[in-house]
Structure formats: structure tokens, C-alpha cells
Design a protein around this ligand. Structure first.
Ligand SMILES: [Zn+2]
Length: 103
């Protein structure tokens, strides 16, 4: 289980967008990567489609490896490590290792 989930707010730890925060829009669990809103923009060639008659070069968020991301806790608003607890019924919950808030 990845420590980051869709709709988490995360902070970028390295790379050109280091220090930025954004919301996770999409997770690619197979490659441990995530798309974060406003982070890691990359130019991409787009083919003309029926929906987009312009085609050409577009800029959009490129996936970033989750090891470069840290979850920002809703409870204490700090970037934090996430712990995982297994409840009595077997379900997993994530919690902030700094303030113990369940995320
Ligand atoms: Zn916290």
C-alpha cells in the first residue's frame, strides 16, 4: 500500500518543484508515481483529436515518483511521515506520525 492516496495534499521533497505543495490528482500504483496538481509541469506533444483541434505542444503535470513526495497532515499542517495501523476488523488506517491524526 502506497503511503499517498488520491486527494492527499503533498509536499515535493526534491527536484525542480521542491517545496511546492499540491493535491494528488492521480496515482499510478504500478510504478509508484503520482500526478500532483501544479507540480512537475512538462511539455508534451499532443496529437490532433476530435475534441482538441489544435493539437501541438501542451504543458501538463507529469507523474512524479512518490518517494519525492511527503504527505501534508490535515491535523497539524506539517509534512509528515505516515504510519499505518491495522484495526481489529483488519482494515488499515493511515495516521500522522507527528500528531497521530488519522488521515
Ligand atoms: Zn499531523
Amino acid at each position: 500500500m502506497l503511503h499517498i492516496k488520491k486527494n492527499d495534499t503533498v509536499k515535493v521533497l526534491s527536484g525542480k518543484d521542491r517545496g511546492k505543495t499540491g493535491k494528488v490528482l492521480k496515482i499510478y500504483p504500478d510504478v509508484d508515481k503520482a500526478i500532483v496538481q501544479g507540480v512537475n509541469f512538462a511539455k508534451k506533444h499532443a496529437r490532433r483529436t476530435r475534441q482538441d483541434q489544435q493539437g501541438g505542444i501542451i504543458t501538463r503535470e507529469a507523474p512524479i515518483h512518490v518517494s519525492n513526495l511527503s504527505v501534508v497532515c490535515k491535523g497539524c499542517s506539517r509534512s509528515t511521515r505516515v504510519g499505518v495501523d491495522i484495526l481489529n476488523d483488519g482494515s488499515k488506517v493511515r495516521y500522522c506520525k507527528k500528531c497521530k491524526e488519522v488521515l
